[in-house]
Design a protein around this ligand. Structure first.
Ligand code: ADP
Ligand code: ADP
Length: 237
């Protein structure tokens, strides 16, 4: 469902971040991408939802040739792909539930019309998503009253409420303490098993990658240096 074929990516400054990437990821897989800082993990993930353009090769996502999308097509394509960042990217001065509701609306015109207009079923959906990640009791708290781990779970709930096929997570636990990082990884694992969404996580903690992901892909200087089931990869790393 995600297929990289001979993909190269060079930034305008001449840095080649991805070299000859060939990779297939099936629906429902839970994949960790590991590698040192600067290896190309973030670039790899961000090409999938067209945050970055590739220069050569083809990248197919759910039958769509990502490089060929134009204008509005990019936006509707991205609605089926959830994105989670290291820094949570929430609207901190409003409630948890409002943050989740934002993901359920087609565009910002809805948001500007006022939150009171969210249909009841969207609210139910948002509350269910919060329940799935164990923070239903925080629904009406302001985001800036929550801990880092709780905020990342809000970001995950926001993504779930979007009902994507794929969740991309760029270092989602890098700013959390080790205990909280595991709580958040447990949530990712649970969501993957319950919903069959594909999950791709960039993570520089090798131990967490091996513990939680089913498949681990290692990148070094823009190239894939290993790719296999966690049990097998743990022999090599
Ligand atoms: P990682 O996520 O593994 O830390 P990145 O994908 O962020 O790696 O970076 C891969 C390489 O591309 C690095 O050399 C980085 O400096 C470079 N790079 C990343 N983003 C940009 C950008 N927007 N412009 C130029 N170079 C970039
Ligand atoms: P995040 O913490 O949200 O993953 P990063 O700190 O990795 O963000 O990168 C922030 C932005 O800077 C990204 O858009 C990335 O593409 C860009 N960037 C990263 N490395 C470089 C670089 N060497 N030159 C230019 N831009 C870069």
């Amino acid at each position: 469902m995600i297929e990289f074929k001979d993909v190269n990516k060079t930034y305008p400054n001449g840095v080649t971040a991805l070299k000859n990437i060939n990779l297939t990821i099936d629906q429902g897989e839970f994949v960790a991408i590991i590698g040192l800082s600067g290896a190309g993990k973030s670039t790899l993930i961000r090409c999938i939802n067209r945050m970055h353009d590739i220069n050569e090769g083809t990248l197919m996502v759910n039958g769509v040739d990502v490089g060929k999308l134009r204008g509005k097509q990019v936006r509707s394509f991205r609605r089926k792909i959830g994105m989670i960042f290291q820094s949570f990217n929430l609207v901190t001065r409003t409630s948890v539930i409002n943050n989740v509701l934002i993901s359920t609306v087609p565009d910002l015109a809805w948001w500007r019309k006022g939150l009171g207009l969210f249909p009841q079923e969207k609210k139910v959906d948002a509350l269910e998503a919060l329940d799935k990640v164990g923070i239903l009791d925080k629904a009406y708290n302001r985001v800036d009253q929550l801990s880092g781990g709780q905020q990342q779970r809000v970001a995950l709930a926001r993504t779930i409420a979007q009902h994507p096929d794929i969740i991309l997570a760029d270092e989602p636990v890098a700013s959390l303490d080790p205990v909280t990082a595991k709580v958040v990884m447990d949530d990712f694992k649970k969501i993957n098993k319950e919903t069959n969404m594909s999950i791709l996580i960039n993570i520089h903690h090798v131990e967490l990658a091996l513990e939680y992901a089913d498949r681990v892909i290692g990148i070094r200087q823009g190239e894939i240096v290993y790719d296999g089931k966690s049990e097998e990869v743990s022999q090599e790393v």
